[in-house]
Design a protein around this ligand. Sequence first.
Ligand code: 4AD
Ligand code: MG
Length: 477
Amino acid sequence: MGKISVKTLLQTTPNNQEVHVNGWVKTFRSNRFIALNDGSTLHNIQCVIDFEQFDEALIKSISTGAAIKVTGILVESQGRGQSVEIQVSAIYIHGEADAETYPIQPKKHSFEFLREKAHLRVRTNTFSAVMRLRSALSYAVHTYFQNNGFYYFHAPIITGSDAEGAGEMFRVTTLDAKQPPLTADGQVDYKEDFFGKETNLTVSGQLEAESYAMGLGKVYTFGPTFRAENSNTSRHLAEFWMIEPEMAFYDLNDNMDLAEDFIQWVLKYVLEHCGDDLAFLEKRLLDEEKGKPIAQRSEMALIEKLRFVVDNKFKRVSYTEAIEILKNSKPNKKKKFNYIIEEWGADLQSEHERFLVEKHFKCPVILFDYPADIKAFYMRLNEDGKTVRAMDVLFPGIGEIVGGSQREERLDVLKQKMAELQIDEEELWWYLDLRKFGTAVHSGFGLGFERLVQFTTGMGNIRDVIPFPRTPQNASF
Ligand code: 4AD
Ligand code: MG
């Protein structure tokens, strides 16, 4: 047998064949047992050595974190907890890891500590499980859309438009910071930006995806997006990955159906394919919760929670109904929820969303038909003239996981809205063209991929579900 992963080895029936396996040493006990892991699975392969057969210097260089290659015979394991092990005949040291300075020791490290070691933390069980799940979820996302007639659309990263109109963009510039070109009155001349145009990193690929949906029918993006918002919460990143399907001839109901079906399908996929990693993360959470008062522990364990979302319909509620529910609910400071809401028209705060999802409905909720004034310019105005066909999907423990809408397809209405918000028609001339030439009802949504990974893995902080988190505090990698 040639090179083989730990995952495959652990599933192999031993028949005295010689195997070679590469990996990193997790632990080395009693100069005899090496637990070796190569990232292919949560589980280690036990490699048993007779240290007297080996050079003393070589034995010394086997320590946690070292990269080694092991050659030996795969046999049935004598020990408990594993089916096979390797009786080692040769060891090659790819690279040592100095025990004094290697930061990832076989003990519990805090996530804060590991964030400082973002380049090494994937060697821990928790992070390797999270990142394998992240990869499986990505695969599931593509599989779902590809199987359902969507085309993968690559939205530009550098763009001239502020899709959300929230002014949270990172400027892209070719200006010389030390000697920027100046206007006649001495101000930096941003007209010189990016070869003569003001540009920024995309906050959403939606507007461009709309143009492709109006030609390819159904498209989706899946790529990095950027928000220059100074939010330091466990749900916000400055760089995050977004999945944005956009569909011609879909109205808001079709859009909500798609969002629900899509989320349920990808969660089902990981339940079916990532049982080991999910079970590990579930146990981690249960251990963590043991230290908390019973009232603060979650009612469902991780896998049960995922199954619940897969098996139950999401509750659909209009914004107006939600406001009534919130108005009729008594605030309760002791229970952390203080959900007084004064007026129709107010934007919902995360505590309102959490109340609706976690206390009132106790299931994922899709809120729709929001007041036009608190939503973006491109959303389809309803006949009442004051609400828009917007929808947000709210998840327990996460809050908003999806934001989407039916788009305003009527040129005159869109132009009027842009005028009200002082959005320059010249900036979005091409977007208006889509309403001039073959316009049609169309819809789409954006799902924050990290929030989905958070929900799936039960990780409390969004910084721990993306390899190198970008937040206002953390850009050291
Ligand atoms: O609600 P948002 O801002 O919607 C849009 O960008 C639309 N253009 C999407 C569309 O209709 N095509 O963002 C969509 C989702 C949110 O629901 C949230 O899950 C996630 O993106 N999100 C963030 N995730 C992490 N960090 C941030 N700073 C995020 N901002 C939004
Ligand atoms: Mg939103």
